[in-house]
Design a protein around this ligand. Structure first.
Ligand SMILES: Nc1nc2c(ncn2[C@@H]2O[C@H](COP(=O)(O)OP(=O)(O)OP(=O)(O)O)[C@@H](O)[C@H]2O)c(=O)[nH]1
Length: 205
């Protein structure tokens, strides 16, 4: 069984918990405790593969985006970055978060494939009060090579289910790529070791 770890990031009130709970339970619950970190578990099957999903929903992060969190960035295999389309500040925070994820991952995983991230513009049902155009969200996602979707946690399950499914597929590919890379560099160093030991020995015989 594959273990997949995701983290939800975004500014306070963007709707992180609402998006996640909609995915996990198909329901919209109006209010959530926002003063604790939560770790959700779910078993699911995607493309015939059984998965053990863990999702970290950290408690509110300040709007200065001092937010993020060394821990989830190291811990998670993929990220869902949520902003509120009616709140430009939350979009600016999302930009900062995407930049921080990229910088952190570049530092830690030189030469590795980029970590899968999904950018989510939430509260689409309130689009009469929109402050962030859909094209701006799409543009930001393109700059950061990530999947993008506007959703309404209040009104719709399907878009949210699709985006989590897409992200989880990308994470599975990413984990496979990392495992293959490790195996390849492991076998290369093993070949080098064998060559060093036996190659030298053969010479002296
Ligand atoms: N109209 C509407 N309201 C939403 C939607 N999603 C969330 N909300 C509301 O927005 C508020 C904040 O939602 P949360 O899910 O608690 O947001 P959060 O990002 O987890 O917030 P923190 O835990 O404080 O960081 C709540 O009152 C939700 O009911 C949505 O799609 N549409």
């Amino acid at each position: 069984m594959n273990d997949i770890k995701l983290a939800l990031l975004g500014s306070q009130g963007a709707g992180k918990s609402a998006v996640l709970v909609r995915f996990l339970t198909r329901r919209f619950i109006g209010e959530y405790a926002s003063d604790t970190n939560s770790l959700y578990h779910k078993r699911l099957s995607i493309d015939g593969r059984q998965l053990n999903l863990e999702v970290f929903d950290p408690c509110s992060q300040s709007s200065e985006a001092r937010c993020i969190l060394e821990e989830p960035v190291d811990w998670a295999d993929g990220f869902v970055v949520v902003y509120n389309i009616n709140d430009r500040t939350s979009f600016t925070d999302a930009k900062d978060i995407l930049r921080q994820i990229r910088e952190d991952r570049v530092d830690h995983c030189k030469g590795e494939m980029e970590v899968p991230v999904c950018l989510v513009g939430n509260k689409q049902d309130l689009c009469h009060a929109r402050q962030v155009l859909e094209d701006e969200g799409r543009g930001l996602a393109q700059e950061n090579h990530c999947y993008f979707q506007e959703v309404s946690a209040a009104e719709s399950y399907q878009d949210i289910a699709n985006l989590f499914t897409q992200l989880i597929r990308q994470v599975m590919e990413h984990l496979k790529y990392r495992a293959d890379r490790r195996r390849y560099s492991g076998s290369k160093s093993m070949a080098k070791l064998i060559n060093n030991v036996f190659g030298k020995r053969r010479k002296s015989v």
